[in-house]
Design a protein around this ligand. Structure first.
Ligand code: GLC
Length: 446
Protein backbone atom coordinates (compact mmCIF):
# COMPACT_ATOMS: atom_id res chain seq x y z
CA UNK A 1 0.00 0.00 0.00
CA UNK A 2 1.20 3.45 -0.77
CA UNK A 3 2.25 5.60 2.16
CA UNK A 4 0.21 8.76 1.94
CA UNK A 5 1.11 12.12 3.34
CA UNK A 6 -2.04 11.96 5.42
CA UNK A 7 -0.59 8.95 7.24
CA UNK A 8 2.55 10.90 8.03
CA UNK A 9 0.50 13.14 10.26
CA UNK A 10 0.40 10.32 12.72
CA UNK A 11 4.15 10.21 13.02
CA UNK A 12 4.65 12.33 16.13
CA UNK A 13 5.60 15.90 15.41
CA UNK A 14 5.77 15.39 11.68
CA UNK A 15 2.85 17.34 10.42
CA UNK A 16 1.74 18.48 7.07
CA UNK A 17 0.79 22.08 6.65
CA UNK A 18 -1.16 23.32 3.72
CA UNK A 19 0.42 26.60 2.65
CA UNK A 20 -1.97 29.38 1.88
CA UNK A 21 -2.12 29.74 -1.83
CA UNK A 22 -1.92 33.04 -3.59
CA UNK A 23 -3.84 33.15 -6.82
CA UNK A 24 -3.21 35.67 -9.54
CA UNK A 25 -4.19 39.15 -8.47
CA UNK A 26 -4.75 38.22 -4.84
CA UNK A 27 -3.51 40.71 -2.29
CA UNK A 28 -0.27 39.46 -0.87
CA UNK A 29 2.50 40.90 1.17
CA UNK A 30 5.13 39.23 -0.94
CA UNK A 31 6.11 41.89 -3.37
CA UNK A 32 9.81 41.28 -2.87
CA UNK A 33 12.46 40.55 -5.47
CA UNK A 34 10.94 37.14 -6.02
CA UNK A 35 7.91 38.55 -7.70
CA UNK A 36 10.14 40.27 -10.22
CA UNK A 37 11.94 37.12 -11.33
CA UNK A 38 10.59 35.90 -14.63
CA UNK A 39 8.98 32.51 -14.76
CA UNK A 40 9.21 30.70 -18.10
CA UNK A 41 6.20 31.54 -20.27
CA UNK A 42 5.02 27.96 -20.74
CA UNK A 43 4.20 27.57 -17.05
CA UNK A 44 1.86 30.57 -16.98
CA UNK A 45 -1.84 30.03 -16.65
CA UNK A 46 -1.40 26.56 -15.12
CA UNK A 47 -3.77 25.03 -12.66
CA UNK A 48 -1.89 22.19 -11.05
CA UNK A 49 -1.26 21.78 -7.36
CA UNK A 50 2.26 20.82 -6.30
CA UNK A 51 3.55 19.74 -2.91
CA UNK A 52 7.05 20.71 -1.91
CA UNK A 53 9.15 19.59 1.04
CA UNK A 54 11.67 22.33 1.68
CA UNK A 55 12.97 22.18 5.22
CA UNK A 56 12.03 23.31 8.71
CA UNK A 57 15.26 24.61 10.21
CA UNK A 58 15.49 28.32 11.07
CA UNK A 59 13.66 30.32 8.41
CA UNK A 60 13.34 27.42 5.95
CA UNK A 61 9.57 27.21 6.15
CA UNK A 62 8.75 30.93 6.05
CA UNK A 63 11.09 31.62 3.16
CA UNK A 64 9.89 28.61 1.23
CA UNK A 65 6.31 29.72 1.72
CA UNK A 66 6.97 33.25 0.56
CA UNK A 67 8.90 32.18 -2.54
CA UNK A 68 6.59 29.37 -3.61
CA UNK A 69 3.68 31.80 -3.19
CA UNK A 70 5.48 34.14 -5.59
CA UNK A 71 5.82 31.33 -8.15
CA UNK A 72 2.17 30.35 -7.68
CA UNK A 73 1.13 33.92 -8.20
CA UNK A 74 3.14 34.17 -11.42
CA UNK A 75 2.03 30.90 -12.93
CA UNK A 76 -1.49 30.38 -11.62
CA UNK A 77 -0.49 27.03 -10.13
CA UNK A 78 -0.77 26.18 -6.46
CA UNK A 79 1.86 25.01 -4.02
CA UNK A 80 1.39 23.23 -0.72
CA UNK A 81 4.20 22.98 1.80
CA UNK A 82 5.04 19.76 3.55
CA UNK A 83 6.79 20.37 6.86
CA UNK A 84 9.72 18.03 7.00
CA UNK A 85 11.37 17.11 10.30
CA UNK A 86 14.46 19.22 10.95
CA UNK A 87 17.01 16.42 11.18
CA UNK A 88 18.50 15.43 7.84
CA UNK A 89 18.53 11.81 9.03
CA UNK A 90 14.77 11.84 9.72
CA UNK A 91 13.97 13.50 6.39
CA UNK A 92 15.91 10.82 4.53
CA UNK A 93 13.95 8.08 6.31
CA UNK A 94 10.69 9.72 5.25
CA UNK A 95 11.72 10.18 1.64
CA UNK A 96 12.91 6.59 1.41
CA UNK A 97 9.57 5.44 2.70
CA UNK A 98 7.67 7.63 0.23
CA UNK A 99 9.83 6.81 -2.78
CA UNK A 100 9.92 3.13 -1.86
CA UNK A 101 6.13 3.13 -2.07
CA UNK A 102 6.18 5.02 -5.38
CA UNK A 103 4.04 7.73 -3.82
CA UNK A 104 3.17 10.79 -5.91
CA UNK A 105 2.41 12.89 -2.84
CA UNK A 106 5.60 14.93 -3.02
CA UNK A 107 6.48 16.68 -6.27
CA UNK A 108 9.51 18.72 -5.26
CA UNK A 109 11.94 17.66 -2.54
CA UNK A 110 14.84 19.41 -0.91
CA UNK A 111 17.69 16.92 -0.76
CA UNK A 112 20.92 16.96 1.20
CA UNK A 113 24.23 17.22 -0.67
CA UNK A 114 25.12 13.70 0.54
CA UNK A 115 22.05 11.96 -0.91
CA UNK A 116 22.42 11.83 -4.73
CA UNK A 117 23.88 8.33 -4.59
CA UNK A 118 21.07 7.18 -2.29
CA UNK A 119 18.09 8.74 -4.09
CA UNK A 120 19.28 8.69 -7.69
CA UNK A 121 16.69 6.18 -8.91
CA UNK A 122 13.76 8.25 -7.69
CA UNK A 123 14.52 11.63 -9.20
CA UNK A 124 13.92 13.19 -12.60
CA UNK A 125 16.82 14.21 -14.89
CA UNK A 126 16.52 17.99 -14.82
CA UNK A 127 18.74 18.59 -17.85
CA UNK A 128 15.69 18.50 -20.09
CA UNK A 129 14.22 21.47 -18.20
CA UNK A 130 17.23 23.52 -17.19
CA UNK A 131 18.16 25.29 -20.44
CA UNK A 132 21.77 25.07 -19.33
CA UNK A 133 21.17 27.09 -16.14
CA UNK A 134 23.45 24.67 -14.29
CA UNK A 135 26.49 26.31 -15.91
CA UNK A 136 26.05 29.30 -13.55
CA UNK A 137 26.55 27.16 -10.43
CA UNK A 138 29.69 25.85 -8.71
CA UNK A 139 30.87 23.03 -10.99
CA UNK A 140 31.70 20.82 -7.98
CA UNK A 141 28.09 20.89 -6.79
CA UNK A 142 26.78 20.17 -10.27
CA UNK A 143 29.21 17.24 -10.46
CA UNK A 144 27.97 16.06 -7.06
CA UNK A 145 24.37 16.21 -8.30
CA UNK A 146 25.08 14.44 -11.58
CA UNK A 147 24.75 10.67 -11.35
CA UNK A 148 25.22 8.43 -14.37
CA UNK A 149 25.08 11.51 -16.59
CA UNK A 150 21.76 12.67 -15.13
CA UNK A 151 21.33 15.99 -13.34
CA UNK A 152 19.12 14.75 -10.55
CA UNK A 153 18.95 17.97 -8.54
CA UNK A 154 19.62 21.70 -8.90
CA UNK A 155 21.79 23.32 -6.21
CA UNK A 156 19.81 25.59 -3.90
CA UNK A 157 22.24 26.64 -1.20
CA UNK A 158 25.60 25.50 0.00
CA UNK A 159 26.83 25.18 3.57
CA UNK A 160 30.09 25.12 5.48
CA UNK A 161 30.63 24.75 9.22
CA UNK A 162 31.45 28.06 10.94
CA UNK A 163 32.48 29.23 14.37
CA UNK A 164 30.16 31.83 15.85
CA UNK A 165 31.59 33.77 18.77
CA UNK A 166 30.50 36.51 21.14
CA UNK A 167 32.50 39.56 20.07
CA UNK A 168 31.41 41.48 23.17
CA UNK A 169 32.55 38.76 25.59
CA UNK A 170 35.93 38.26 23.93
CA UNK A 171 36.48 42.02 24.11
CA UNK A 172 35.29 42.27 27.70
CA UNK A 173 37.69 39.54 28.78
CA UNK A 174 40.42 40.79 26.48
CA UNK A 175 40.86 37.50 24.64
CA UNK A 176 41.49 36.91 20.91
CA UNK A 177 39.41 34.79 18.55
CA UNK A 178 40.89 31.30 19.08
CA UNK A 179 42.81 29.69 16.24
CA UNK A 180 43.05 26.14 17.61
CA UNK A 181 40.61 23.87 19.44
CA UNK A 182 42.89 23.98 22.51
CA UNK A 183 42.74 27.79 22.56
CA UNK A 184 39.00 27.65 22.06
CA UNK A 185 38.53 25.35 25.05
CA UNK A 186 40.75 27.52 27.23
CA UNK A 187 38.98 30.74 26.26
CA UNK A 188 35.56 29.15 26.62
CA UNK A 189 36.42 27.90 30.11
CA UNK A 190 37.76 31.27 31.27
CA UNK A 191 34.77 33.25 30.06
CA UNK A 192 32.27 30.64 31.25
CA UNK A 193 33.81 30.71 34.74
CA UNK A 194 33.99 34.49 34.91
CA UNK A 195 30.46 35.04 33.63
CA UNK A 196 29.02 32.43 35.98
CA UNK A 197 30.87 34.00 38.90
CA UNK A 198 29.35 37.34 37.86
CA UNK A 199 25.85 35.90 38.10
CA UNK A 200 25.08 34.40 34.68
CA UNK A 201 24.68 30.83 35.89
CA UNK A 202 23.50 29.60 32.49
CA UNK A 203 26.58 30.65 30.56
CA UNK A 204 28.14 27.84 28.48
CA UNK A 205 31.49 27.83 26.74
CA UNK A 206 30.72 25.99 23.51
CA UNK A 207 27.68 24.45 21.86
CA UNK A 208 27.68 22.13 18.86
CA UNK A 209 25.70 19.25 17.29
CA UNK A 210 26.21 16.24 19.57
CA UNK A 211 23.22 13.98 19.09
CA UNK A 212 23.62 10.78 17.09
CA UNK A 213 22.56 11.88 13.57
CA UNK A 214 23.94 13.31 10.34
CA UNK A 215 24.85 16.61 12.00
CA UNK A 216 27.28 14.82 14.33
CA UNK A 217 28.98 13.23 11.33
CA UNK A 218 29.54 16.77 10.02
CA UNK A 219 31.03 18.03 13.31
CA UNK A 220 33.10 14.88 13.71
CA UNK A 221 34.58 15.24 10.22
CA UNK A 222 35.62 18.79 11.11
CA UNK A 223 37.41 17.63 14.26
CA UNK A 224 39.10 14.64 12.64
CA UNK A 225 40.15 16.45 9.48
CA UNK A 226 41.35 19.50 11.44
CA UNK A 227 43.71 17.21 13.36
CA UNK A 228 45.04 15.82 10.07
CA UNK A 229 43.16 12.54 10.57
CA UNK A 230 41.57 12.36 7.10
CA UNK A 231 37.88 12.00 6.28
CA UNK A 232 36.99 8.48 7.55
CA UNK A 233 36.85 7.07 4.02
CA UNK A 234 39.03 8.73 1.38
CA UNK A 235 38.02 9.59 -2.18
CA UNK A 236 39.67 6.40 -3.47
CA UNK A 237 37.54 4.29 -1.12
CA UNK A 238 40.24 3.55 1.44
CA UNK A 239 39.04 3.41 5.05
CA UNK A 240 41.39 5.78 6.85
CA UNK A 241 39.86 6.49 10.25
CA UNK A 242 41.99 4.19 12.38
CA UNK A 243 44.82 6.65 12.98
CA UNK A 244 46.18 8.52 16.04
CA UNK A 245 45.08 11.96 14.84
CA UNK A 246 41.47 10.83 14.47
CA UNK A 247 41.65 9.28 17.95
CA UNK A 248 43.08 12.52 19.37
CA UNK A 249 40.30 14.52 17.73
CA UNK A 250 37.60 12.30 19.30
CA UNK A 251 39.25 12.53 22.73
CA UNK A 252 39.54 16.31 22.45
CA UNK A 253 35.82 16.70 21.76
CA UNK A 254 34.90 14.32 24.58
CA UNK A 255 36.70 16.57 27.08
CA UNK A 256 34.38 19.48 26.21
CA UNK A 257 31.29 17.61 27.36
CA UNK A 258 30.48 18.51 30.95
CA UNK A 259 33.22 21.15 31.09
CA UNK A 260 32.68 23.88 28.49
CA UNK A 261 29.68 22.22 26.83
CA UNK A 262 26.47 21.30 28.65
CA UNK A 263 25.61 17.58 28.66
CA UNK A 264 22.46 18.53 26.73
CA UNK A 265 24.56 18.93 23.56
CA UNK A 266 24.52 15.14 23.41
CA UNK A 267 20.83 15.36 22.53
CA UNK A 268 20.96 18.47 20.38
CA UNK A 269 21.27 19.45 16.75
CA UNK A 270 21.63 22.77 14.95
CA UNK A 271 18.49 24.38 16.35
CA UNK A 272 19.18 23.43 19.98
CA UNK A 273 22.67 24.92 19.73
CA UNK A 274 21.25 28.06 18.14
CA UNK A 275 18.64 28.36 20.87
CA UNK A 276 21.29 28.47 23.60
CA UNK A 277 23.60 30.82 21.70
CA UNK A 278 20.89 33.19 20.52
CA UNK A 279 19.57 33.47 24.06
CA UNK A 280 22.94 34.86 25.04
CA UNK A 281 24.03 31.74 26.91
CA UNK A 282 27.11 30.56 25.03
CA UNK A 283 30.48 32.02 24.13
CA UNK A 284 31.08 29.87 21.02
CA UNK A 285 28.84 27.91 18.69
CA UNK A 286 29.55 25.65 15.75
CA UNK A 287 26.78 26.08 13.20
CA UNK A 288 25.93 26.68 9.52
CA UNK A 289 25.44 30.06 7.82
CA UNK A 290 21.63 30.10 8.22
CA UNK A 291 22.06 30.99 11.89
CA UNK A 292 23.59 34.38 11.04
CA UNK A 293 20.42 36.05 9.75
CA UNK A 294 18.50 34.91 12.83
CA UNK A 295 21.13 36.43 15.15
CA UNK A 296 20.53 39.81 13.50
CA UNK A 297 16.79 39.91 14.16
CA UNK A 298 15.39 42.39 16.66
CA UNK A 299 14.26 39.63 19.02
CA UNK A 300 17.74 38.08 19.13
CA UNK A 301 19.50 38.60 22.44
CA UNK A 302 22.87 38.65 20.67
CA UNK A 303 22.07 41.12 17.89
CA UNK A 304 25.28 43.00 16.91
CA UNK A 305 27.31 40.96 19.40
CA UNK A 306 28.30 38.06 17.15
CA UNK A 307 31.38 37.43 15.03
CA UNK A 308 31.98 34.57 12.62
CA UNK A 309 35.34 32.90 11.97
CA UNK A 310 36.66 29.70 10.42
CA UNK A 311 36.53 26.74 12.80
CA UNK A 312 39.69 26.23 14.90
CA UNK A 313 42.54 24.04 13.69
CA UNK A 314 43.58 20.79 15.39
CA UNK A 315 46.84 20.29 17.24
CA UNK A 316 50.27 20.32 15.68
CA UNK A 317 50.05 19.97 11.90
CA UNK A 318 46.37 20.72 12.12
CA UNK A 319 44.29 22.95 9.88
CA UNK A 320 40.90 24.58 9.98
CA UNK A 321 38.27 22.39 8.35
CA UNK A 322 34.66 23.08 7.46
CA UNK A 323 32.41 20.24 6.41
CA UNK A 324 30.68 20.83 3.09
CA UNK A 325 26.93 20.82 3.47
CA UNK A 326 24.10 22.14 1.40
CA UNK A 327 20.73 21.41 -0.12
CA UNK A 328 19.39 20.86 -3.59
CA UNK A 329 15.93 20.84 -5.12
CA UNK A 330 14.81 17.78 -7.04
CA UNK A 331 11.68 16.49 -8.75
CA UNK A 332 10.26 13.14 -7.74
CA UNK A 333 10.01 10.57 -10.50
CA UNK A 334 6.55 9.75 -9.17
CA UNK A 335 5.25 13.33 -9.49
CA UNK A 336 2.18 13.68 -11.70
CA UNK A 337 3.35 17.14 -12.77
CA UNK A 338 7.07 16.89 -13.52
CA UNK A 339 7.09 19.83 -15.94
CA UNK A 340 5.56 22.28 -13.48
CA UNK A 341 7.61 20.83 -10.63
CA UNK A 342 10.79 21.37 -12.65
CA UNK A 343 9.70 24.92 -13.44
CA UNK A 344 9.30 25.61 -9.72
CA UNK A 345 12.76 24.15 -9.08
CA UNK A 346 14.33 26.34 -11.77
CA UNK A 347 12.57 29.40 -10.34
CA UNK A 348 13.68 28.73 -6.75
CA UNK A 349 17.29 28.02 -7.72
CA UNK A 350 17.59 31.05 -10.04
CA UNK A 351 20.11 33.84 -9.32
CA UNK A 352 17.32 36.28 -8.34
CA UNK A 353 15.88 34.00 -5.71
CA UNK A 354 19.26 32.84 -4.43
CA UNK A 355 20.19 36.50 -3.98
CA UNK A 356 17.04 37.17 -2.01
CA UNK A 357 17.59 34.10 0.15
CA UNK A 358 21.21 35.11 0.80
CA UNK A 359 20.15 38.58 1.95
CA UNK A 360 17.12 37.62 4.01
CA UNK A 361 18.08 34.18 5.26
CA UNK A 362 21.91 34.05 4.95
CA UNK A 363 21.67 30.95 2.77
CA UNK A 364 24.91 30.69 0.83
CA UNK A 365 24.31 30.90 -2.92
CA UNK A 366 25.55 28.14 -5.20
CA UNK A 367 26.28 30.71 -7.91
CA UNK A 368 29.82 32.13 -7.59
CA UNK A 369 28.81 35.45 -9.18
CA UNK A 370 26.58 36.26 -6.20
CA UNK A 371 29.57 36.28 -3.84
CA UNK A 372 30.58 39.56 -5.53
CA UNK A 373 27.15 41.12 -5.18
CA UNK A 374 27.27 44.27 -3.02
CA UNK A 375 23.82 43.71 -1.47
CA UNK A 376 24.67 40.12 -0.52
CA UNK A 377 28.00 41.13 1.01
CA UNK A 378 26.39 43.95 2.98
CA UNK A 379 23.77 41.66 4.54
CA UNK A 380 26.11 38.74 5.12
CA UNK A 381 29.72 39.98 5.21
CA UNK A 382 31.09 36.53 6.09
CA UNK A 383 30.15 35.25 2.63
CA UNK A 384 32.91 37.46 1.25
CA UNK A 385 35.31 37.35 4.21
CA UNK A 386 35.12 33.56 4.53
CA UNK A 387 34.68 32.71 0.84
CA UNK A 388 37.62 30.29 1.02
CA UNK A 389 36.01 28.39 3.87
CA UNK A 390 33.13 27.54 1.56
CA UNK A 391 35.14 26.76 -1.54
CA UNK A 392 37.62 24.54 0.32
CA UNK A 393 35.10 22.78 2.57
CA UNK A 394 35.71 19.05 2.99
CA UNK A 395 33.12 16.64 1.61
CA UNK A 396 31.74 13.72 3.56
CA UNK A 397 32.51 10.40 1.83
CA UNK A 398 29.15 10.23 0.05
CA UNK A 399 30.29 10.06 -3.57
CA UNK A 400 32.62 7.12 -3.06
CA UNK A 401 30.25 5.18 -0.79
CA UNK A 402 27.19 5.91 -2.97
CA UNK A 403 24.00 4.23 -1.80
CA UNK A 404 25.79 2.93 1.32
CA UNK A 405 26.48 6.45 2.54
CA UNK A 406 23.75 6.53 5.18
CA UNK A 407 25.04 3.33 6.78
CA UNK A 408 28.56 4.74 6.65
CA UNK A 409 27.44 7.97 8.26
CA UNK A 410 25.49 6.12 10.95
CA UNK A 411 28.65 4.18 11.82
CA UNK A 412 30.55 7.50 12.04
CA UNK A 413 28.00 9.27 14.23
CA UNK A 414 27.63 6.24 16.50
CA UNK A 415 31.40 5.90 16.97
CA UNK A 416 31.73 9.61 17.69
CA UNK A 417 28.76 9.53 20.03
CA UNK A 418 30.23 6.63 21.99
CA UNK A 419 33.31 8.73 22.79
CA UNK A 420 31.32 11.88 23.61
CA UNK A 421 29.17 9.82 25.97
CA UNK A 422 32.21 8.37 27.71
CA UNK A 423 31.45 4.81 26.58
CA UNK A 424 34.63 4.51 24.56
CA UNK A 425 37.89 6.33 24.04
CA UNK A 426 39.24 7.83 20.82
CA UNK A 427 41.61 4.99 19.91
CA UNK A 428 39.08 2.19 20.56
CA UNK A 429 36.33 4.05 18.73
CA UNK A 430 38.56 4.68 15.69
CA UNK A 431 39.48 0.98 15.58
CA UNK A 432 35.88 -0.18 15.95
CA UNK A 433 34.74 2.32 13.32
CA UNK A 434 37.30 0.88 10.92
CA UNK A 435 35.83 -2.57 11.53
CA UNK A 436 32.26 -1.35 11.09
CA UNK A 437 33.09 0.44 7.84
CA UNK A 438 34.90 -2.63 6.53
CA UNK A 439 31.76 -4.69 7.17
CA UNK A 440 29.57 -2.14 5.39
CA UNK A 441 31.93 -2.12 2.42
CA UNK A 442 31.98 -5.92 2.09
CA UNK A 443 34.95 -6.59 -0.15
CA UNK A 444 37.19 -4.22 -2.06
CA UNK A 445 34.57 -1.99 -3.57
CA UNK A 446 31.92 0.25 -2.06
C1 GLC B 1 23.05 21.11 7.18
C2 GLC B 1 23.85 20.77 5.94
C3 GLC B 1 23.62 19.37 5.50
C4 GLC B 1 23.90 18.42 6.66
C5 GLC B 1 23.05 18.80 7.86
C6 GLC B 1 23.37 17.94 9.05
O1 GLC B 1 21.70 21.17 6.88
O2 GLC B 1 23.55 21.66 4.89
O3 GLC B 1 24.41 19.05 4.40
O4 GLC B 1 23.72 17.09 6.33
O5 GLC B 1 23.25 20.15 8.19
O6 GLC B 1 22.59 18.24 10.13
Amino acid sequence: MMAKLAEWKQIGKWTMTVGAVLVLGACGGNKGDAAKADAPADSKGGNVELTISCGSVGQDYEMCKKLTDAWAQKTGNKVKLFTAPNSSTDILALFRQQFGAGSSDLDVVMIDVVWPGILKNHLVDLKQYSNGAESKHFPAIIANNTVDGKLIAMPWFTDGGLMYYRKDLLEKHNLPVPKTWAEMAETAQKIQDAERAAGNKDMQGFVFQGKAYEGLTCDSLEWVSSFGGGSFVEADGKISVNNPQAAAAFDTAAKWVGTISPKSVLNGGEEEARGIFQNGNAVFMRNWPYAWSLMQKDDSKVKDKVGVSPLPAGGEGGKSTATLGGWQLAVSKYSKHPKEAADLVMFLTSPEIQKQRAIEGSYNPTIPELYKDADVLKATPFMGDLYDVFTSAVARPSTVTGDKYNEVSAAIWNATSSVLNGKSNGADAAKKLEEDLTKIRRGDKW
